[in-house]
Design a protein around this ligand. Structure first.
Ligand SMILES: Cc1cc2nc3c(=O)[nH]c(=O)nc-3n(C[C@H](O)[C@H](O)[C@H](O)COP(=O)(O)OP(=O)(O)OC[C@H]3O[C@@H](n4cnc5c(N)ncnc54)[C@H](O)[C@@H]3O)c2cc1C
Length: 360
């Protein structure tokens, strides 16, 4: 199911089969003069999978990828084809978009589109943590999408990736220094030891939105390839406190970590989105493939972030209990009711859903 079904310029929407990847859709959209508002770090993922798990990119004003969904077609457990849209189905639609696969099989998705745009990407190295502490807002709003990479060592952010649109008023002024960090002189990978060949073009070279918003290039291995991942969404107002709380765990975290990434995401109104009614920062961890060690470490991080009511990424590893999840995802009871309407006998449940969603 990987066809682009309909591009509707007047309505500013595109409808795709649910299996289409961003890597397939985006060049097509661009060739017709259109763009999506944002992308994740990699284009390899499917639109249904990404939106169902509230996958996100970065950007103060950018909601997660699911916020672009304006309609869904779902085959329910009973074999019925159900259509839900933002315009016609109000709350049920807002509940269904980040659906974790529990309502049925999504067969088509309609996304909002906008005119195509060009971007530039600059990377800066060695941003002192004190600058993050004092100027977090200015740093994060310096571009359309900003990512901070750190290994939590030496009180510094190892790489700052600033993705800006080229239009007047939005372009980033790439001075040689940025809050004490130095502009990189070659393309870099977020994990310094890995070749930047896998990464999207940097050094301010202009290019289409879909070749700058992701960090990793279609056709190449994204990130490290062999890894585990965790990520926590922290309400925006606690950004600096939460970053410093994780930094204090550096000696426990670092031996198991390849890299961490800090991003910002705008608030939305999708029931199971970690950004439901709150703008967030995200603190991501790319771990070595050592689940026994990571499993011991996650509760330590989760305890440290608990005062901020941090919410875990649905598509990454976490150890929070179902009771904790229920207390931080306040629409979970409504979501359970909605799922039961479309899948009354739990045909689409699996161990993850039974444990984390339906046991609460
Ligand atoms: C290298 C790497 C980088 C990443 N970068 C980011 C990032 O920048 N930001 C971020 O937020 N996440 C990121 N992730 C996590 C990733 O976006 C999520 O795991 C996402 O779910 C992957 O989409 P997928 O299509 O590959 O997943 P899948 O595993 O195919 O789908 C995920 C879930 O979505 C549901 N689903 C999928 N298809 C359907 C369908 N047709 N109908 C109903 N339900 C469906 C199911 O519940 C399924 O378990 C990254 C992951 C990797 C490996």
């Amino acid at each position: 199911m990987d066809e682009v079904v309909a591009l509707e310029p007047e309505a500013r929407t595109v409808t795709v089969d649910a299996g289409v990847t961003y890597g397939r859709l985006c060049p097509h959209l661009h060739s017709k003069g259109f763009a999506l508002h944002n992308l994740a770090s990699l284009p390899h993922i499917s639109i249904a999978g990404a939106c169902s798990t509230a996958t996100h990119g970065s950007g103060e004003k950018n909601g997660n990828l699911a916020t672009a969904v304006s309609a869904l077609e779902i085959v329910t457990a009973g074999g019925e084809v159900v259509k839900l849209s933002r315009q016609q189905d109000g709350e049920a639609f807002l509940g269904a978009v980040v659906g974790l696969g529990s309502l049925g099989v999504i067969t088509k998705i309609t996304l909002d589109i906008q005119p195509a745009f060009m971007m530039r990407q600059y990377v800066y190295e060695n941003l002192p943590l004190t600058e993050v502490k004092d100027h977090f807002d200015a740093i994060q709003s310096s571009g359309y999408s900003v990512s901070l990479f750190t290994d939590w060592q030496n009180q510094r952010i190892s790489e700052v990736w600033i993705k800006s649109r080229v239009e007047e008023g939005q372009a980033f002024d790439a001075t040689p220094e940025f809050f004490g960090a130095k502009r990189a002189t070659k393309n870099l990978h977020p994990i310094a030891e890995i070749s930047a060949e896998n990464c999207t073009e940097q050094m301010g070279v202009p290019g289409p939105w879909y070749e700058r918003l992701p960090h990793f290039r279609m056709g190449f291995t994204p990130s490290a390839g062999k890894e585990l991942q965790s990520e926590y969404f922290v309400p925006r107002q606690h950004a600096v406190e939460a970053i410093l709380a994780v930094e204090r765990l550096r000696d426990q975290v670092s031996p198991h970590l390849m890299i961490s990434e800090i991003r910002t995401i705008a608030a939305d109104n999708l029931w199971l989105s970690p950004c439901y009614e709150q703008p967030c920062i995200t603190i991501h961890f790319t771990w070595n493939q050592d689940w026994p060690a990571v499993r011991k470490l996650l509760p330590v991080i989760e305890k440290e972030l608990a005062p901020f009511k941090a919410r875990p990424h649905w598509g990454k590893l976490f150890t929070m209990s179902p009771t904790e999840l229920k207390s931080i995802y306040k629409r979970l009871p409504d979501f359970i009711q909605l799922s039961k309407k479309y899948d009354p006998h739990g045909k689409f449940r699996n161990e993850f859903l039974s444990t984390n969603v339906f046991s609460s």
